[in-house]
Design a protein around this ligand. Structure first.
Ligand code: AMP
Ligand code: GLY
Length: 824
């Protein structure tokens, strides 16, 4: 495959470099390219065509003649000039927005109106085309303002006046003196926002939007954020100020609404949506949109791509409207990029200076070319203001910055300069945290070893209200103490027997972890919807497994404790999981009285987690189940419907999917998708179906089990081992059971698994619940009463078998499955 990248900066060199790693790409042309794309990497070469509007037909001819399969325009100007349509016409996929969608960057007035229409958080503003009205507004407004030329002004069209007088002066320069030409015939006057800035680059196909690791740019020319605004003097990524919570808010309140809003307004956005944010004390607010990759943000961000990610395939998938068909992963590291600029930049500077390159001290350093050119004698000379971008990658931010600067020091040319303080905000924050920790202890801190106690404490605060919601008689439901307390006296038990159970969720968790990948970068929203649901569901599942085990003893679940172990404590995810546990507790009437969250970076990989739980219930001695001795030949077996696979058999499920070449994100083949819903949506995915939580049978069974004259003789929770292993657990020695498999509807999911995996019916019955999650044994004469009570409690239940005397005591088969052909 051949790729054409349009542009000549560090961004385009970084894109070419990343794409050159794709095994499917044989050639990358960069038009017009620079000294870095002109040799050095044999897959990459420069093409001497520019990118102004008149060059578009030449670029198209070149792409057609050279059988280019993907075009990526780098800079904003050709996008705003409508370059995408030229390639669309000849059928070559182009990763970049249409002329109309590029208006998000091309017109600040348009983008502000768009944000207002779609309720996207941004600074208060007014648009003006009339100088006098704008002037009047500045005179009367009671907050500090920022004045922006609405059109493209090469990143320089923003004034941040200190006071009203400066504001009026600036307004005159833009609107009357036209210092930015026509870009200033319309202005946006907006509220000044205070806070830290971050750049969030996100890829979109018009539907899905995937965040790349957040970055922080350094816009001013000199150290300490002094001097004029530039295109950017250095970046680092991920930016610690953008916590996972903030990134999640950004996804929900800005990125997805932007992509959805553009599509709904008839101008779907395909390409890199680069949003500049101010993290204010009222949350993240949009400062601006750009319709392309940020420079030098992308140099840092692409250096973090994992070796397994094929960036060409990602961009192609986005351009073809199927971004959800690929995955993009990043290293668990930091990157820092330092720009080396020409003396005088961003004002006037000289070009043609010969650059000398020394040997780089580490393979984790990459030098991207921006304003460079190959001269005839083969030397590389300067040709722009921002000349080179040097990126270092390391496991720590400090390490990444040190590497970048060690690379910078090997390069020189006359009058070159660079900022010495790239990453200073993050570094001072790290220093501040270290000082705080040092003042508390003299030795190593726990947090130095990767365990964050502060976060743990914060988590306790976050979950306290959730836990409180599960309060019931006997619990004080306050957590944070040493042990959970339950007052048995405040229940009505006279002579109680305590029943306890412990369990996990098993390999079902793999689905949750595969559907969404969590890492230090925050986490990527391959599917942000699922992120909300996977852990919540895991929490419900966890409670379900245990309370169902308790109810089969006839006992009422009283309290629950959970355990969450992870490599890297992620507040939002953990809170979601605990909310799910609390929900499960509410569904089963037990109090959540404690738990444990363990952050163990040495034991779990980043983003990995495991969960376990412990439940305690009580039952009157007279009502303890099973009453095995009462079970006899007149008894029937009643089955209660399951909600799906529950928590067992997932290893086999994964094998079957693998065999069929299906992924958790693929459309669910056993679900009938209604015409109005998108088959590619998360709700219609295999993973989502499989994650359906285990049914909790407590509330529908308890009233039946607590009747004075108890009719149910035994209960069996159909978990690992299916019918075949679980029913015999409550049978007396001299009885077997016969199940009639035609007595209930064999659910679609099992039908599909059976066929797809060519799984024998008996094997199905041994592995899965096959549609029956709970089994009751009772006298045949009581069956009708029990069934009608179950029905009025909302359950779908029926008689599915009977107890039969056992003839041969050596016969190991205790469950006979009849009419299995009905499952075919
Ligand atoms: P822009 O071209 O919109 O990114 O603006 C350039 C720079 O001006 C931004 O990176 C910010 O540093 C600053 N800026 C823009 N809008 C605001 C605002 N509403 N409040 C404070 N600073 C702003
Ligand atoms: N680094 C800022 C930009 O690309 O606009």
């Amino acid at each position: 495959m051949k790729v054409l990248i349009v542009g000549n900066g560090g961004r385009e060199h970084a894109l070419a470099h990343a794409i050159s790693k794709s095994s499917t790409v044989s050639k990358i042309y960069v038009a017009p390219g620079n000294g870095g794309t002109d040799g050095g990497n044999e897959k990459i070469s420069s093409v001497k065509i520019g990118y102004s509007k008149k060059d578009f037909p030449l670029l198209v001819n070149f792409a057609v003649e050279n059988e280019v399969s993907l075009v990526i325009p780098g800079p904003e100007q050709p996008l705003v000039d409508g370059i995408s349509a030229f390639f669309k016409k000849v059928g070559i996929p182009c990763f970049g927005p249409s002329e109309k969608a590029a208006m998000l960057e091309g017109s600040k007035a348009f983008s502000k109106d768009f944000m207002k229409k779609h309720n996207i958080p941004t600074a208060e503003y007014r648009n003006f085309t009339d100088y006098n009205e704008a002037k009047e507004y500045i005179e009367k407004v009671d907050h500090r303002v920022v004045i922006k030329a609405s059109g493209l002004a090469a990143g320089k069209g923003v004034l941040i006046p200190e006071n009203t007088q400066e504001a009026l002066q600036g307004l005159k320069e833009i609107m009357v003196d036209k210092i930015f030409d026509d870009a200033g015939s319309q202005v946006v006057i907006e509220e000044y926002l205070d806070g830290e800035e971050i750049s969030v680059l996100a890829l979109s196909d018009g539907y899905t939007v995937i965040q790349l690791p957040s970055a922080q740019d350094h816009k001013r020319a000199f150290d300490g954020d002094q001097g004029l605004n530039t295109g950017g003097m250095g970046t680092y990524a991920p930016a610690p100020v953008a916590t996972p919570e903030i990134l999640s808010e950004i996804q929900k309140t800005v990125l997805q609404p932007t992509i959805d809003g553009m599509r709904k307004d008839g101008v779907p956005f395909v390409g890199c949506l680069f949003t500049g944010f101010m993290i204010t004390n009222k949350g993240p607010k949009v400062i601006e949109y750009n319709c392309r990759f940020g420079d030098p943000e992308i140099e840092s961000v692409l250096s973090l791509l994992s070796d397994s990610t094929d960036f060409y395939q990602v961009c192609l998938a986005a351009a073809e409207g199927r971004l959800d068909s690929v995955s993009i992963e990043f290293k668990n590291s930091y990157a820092a990029t330092v720009i080396i600029a020409s003396g005088g930049y961003p004002s006037s500077y000289e070009k043609g200076k010969i650059i000398t390159f020394g040997e780089l001290p580490s393979s984790d350093i990459t030098v991207y070319h921006a304003g460079t050119q190959k001269s005839q004698d083969g030397s590389v000379v300067t040709s722009g203001g921002r000349v080179l971008a040097v990126t270092g990658v390391s496991e720590t931010l400090v390490g990444a910055i040190e590497k970048a600067y060690s690379g910078v020091k090997t390069i020189s040319f006359e009058n070159c300069f660079y900022r010495n303080d790239i990453g200073h905000r993050a570094l001072s924050k790290i220093k501040e945290m270290k000082l705080q920790a040092d003042s508390k202890s003299t030795g190593l801190t726990y947090s130095d070893s990767g365990v964050d106690i502060e976060k743990g404490n914060k988590l306790v605060d976050l979950i306290k209200p959730i836990v409180k919601s599960t309060k019931r008689p006997g619990t004080d439901s306050d957590i944070g103490g040493f042990g959970g307390i339950f007052d048995l006296k405040s229940t009505k038990f006279v002579d109680p027997i305590i029943v306890s159970a412990t369990d996990g969720v098993g390999t079902k968790l793999i689905i949750a972890q595969k559907m969404d990948i969590h890492d230090t970068v925050g986490y990527r929203y391959l599917n942000h919807f699922l992120l909300t649901f996977d852990l919540m569901y895991a929490g419900i599942d966890l409670v379900a497994m245990q309370v169902n085990d308790i109810i089969v003893q006839g006992a009422e679940p009283l309290f629950f404790l959970d355990y969450f172990a992870t490599g890297n404590l992620h507040l939002e995810n953990t809170t979601k999981f605990i909310s799910g546990v609390a929900q499960g507790c509410l569904m089963s009437g037990c109090g959540l009285i404690g738990g444990e969250t363990a952050e163990m970076p040495a034991l779990y990989q980043n983003g990995e987690y495991d969960v376990a739980g412990f439940a305690v219930g009580a039952v009157e001695r007279t009502h303890l189940l099973p009453k095995t001795e009462l079970i006899g030949a007149n008894d029937v077996v009643i089955g209660m419907a399951s909600s799906g696979i529950h928590s067992n058999g997932f290893s086999l499920v994964r094998k079957i999917l693998e065999k069929k070449g299906l992924d958790f994100k693929d459309t669910c083949p056993w679900k009938s998708v209604s015409d109005s819903s998108d088959p590619k949506s998360v709700e219609n995915s295999i993973g989502f179906e499989l994650l359906t939580p285990t049914k909790i049978y407590v509330k529908s069974l308890l009233p039946i089990l607590q009747q004075e004259q108890i009719k149910v003789k035994a209960l069996s929770h159909i978990t690992g081992g299916g019918f075949l292993d679980n029913i015999p657990r409550v049978l007396p020695k001299n009885y077997n059971v016969e199940i009639d498999a035609s007595k209930w509807e064999f659910p679609q999911v099992f039908k599909w698994l059976k066929n797809a995996g060519n799984v024998d019916s008996i094997e199905m019955a041994r592995t899965f619940n096959c549609g029956i999650g709970m089994v009751l044994i009772a006298d045949a004469s009581d069956a009708e009463d029990i069934l009608s009570a179950l029905k009025s409690n909302g359950e779908n239940a029926s008689v599915i078998g009977r107890i039969v005397p056992r003839n041969d005591l050596n016969d190991e088969t205790r469950v006979t499955m009849n009419n299995l052909s009905s499952w075919e």
